[in-house]
Design a protein around this ligand. Structure first.
Ligand SMILES: NC(=O)c1ccc[n+]([C@@H]2O[C@H](COP(=O)([O-])OP(=O)(O)OC[C@H]3O[C@@H](n4cnc5c(N)ncnc54)[C@H](O)[C@@H]3O)[C@@H](O)[C@H]2O)c1
Length: 252
């Protein structure tokens, strides 16, 4: 992707310390955005931001737990005070717990997953979108193939990812005339700590890969360019849309 696609844009990427989020931070910064890497993992977030800065990329770390309403409010207040606006919000942070069947899932696992993935994404939209109301902007939410079709042993996760699709579509309608475009990435199996952790074993991960038409997991750098494109002015007529990136998984 050509550089300078996102010149003069202020971007927040939640969960930017590792995995898909880290690659999105890199891609946006390499396209000349000013990027705030927001994550609850402080040591890792600071370390990664310093490494990006050493490569002359405009990346700053800020601590944020998206599941905590006061932290989310304070976070977007700070962004407003410092930049007076927000152009790009990538709601990438999320957790996945394999809690067994519906009947085996504990209330704790259910509430933790909904509180992080669904409420967290909602809170970031609620407090982040107002910073876009003057000049327009772009929000990218993160769903999953599990938000579209059923999957074993992670009902809470699938429910949050289905909910994020609805949140995306409803918010896109509400802000369409203000030039705030809200879209959703729907990744399939992408090789990260989350997917390795939730499969639990190398053998199971490889079994899942065999079930993908392209016979391999995706890489975070195969997600990030789509995010940069959707955040750019080249995507000026795209809103309320889902972008499946999955090596053919949902075509089956
Ligand atoms: N990896 C996959 O196969 C896959 C597939 C479909 C969807 N997704 C989605 O893509 C997104 C990124 O996934 P990933 O695989 O890179 O995950 P990951 O676990 O590798 O990284 C997630 C990042 O989010 C941060 N985070 C977690 N909870 C947070 C919170 N409450 N507040 C702030 N930061 C928090 C973590 O510290 C970490 O840096 C997630 O929303 C995930 O559900 C991933």
């Amino acid at each position: 992707m050509a550089n300078k696609l996102l010149e003069n844009k202020i971007a927040v990427v939640t969960g930017g310390a590792t995995g898909i989020g880290k690659e999105i931070v890199r891609e946006l910064a390499e396209n000349d955005a000013t990027v705030i890497l927001a994550d609850r993992n402080v040591p890792l977030g600071e370390k990664e931001a310093q490494e990006f800065q050493a490569k002359k990329l405009d990346v700053t770390f800020m601590q944020l737990d998206i599941s905590k309403i006061d932290e989310v409010k304070d976070f977007f207040d700070s962004i407003n005070k410092k930049y007076s606006r927000l152009d790009i919000l990538v709601n990438n942070a999320g957790i996945k717990i394999n809690a067994g069947k519906v009947t085996e899932t504990s209330e704790f696992e259910w509430n933790l997953t909904l509180g992080t993935n669904l409420t967290g994404t909602f809170l970031c939209c609620k407090y982040g979108i107002p910073l876009m109301e003057k000049d327009g902007g772009s929000v990218i939410n993160f769903s999953s193939g599990s938000g579209i079709k059923g999957s074993y042993n992670s009902v809470a996760y699938g429910v949050t990812k289905a909910g994020i699709i609805h949140l995306t579509k409803t918010a896109s309608l509400e802000f369409a005339t203000q030039n705030i475009r809200i879209n959703c990435i729907v990744p399939g199996l992408i090789d990260t700590q989350q997917s390795r952790g939730s499969t639990g074993s190398k053998e199971l991960f490889e079994k899942w890969e065999k079930g993908i038409p392209m016979k391999r997991a995706g890489r975070p750098e195969e997600i990030a360019p789509m995010v940069a494109f959707l955040c750019s002015d080249q995507a000026s007529y795209i809103t309320g849309s889902l972008f499946e990136i999955n090596g053919g998984s949902l075509a089956q």
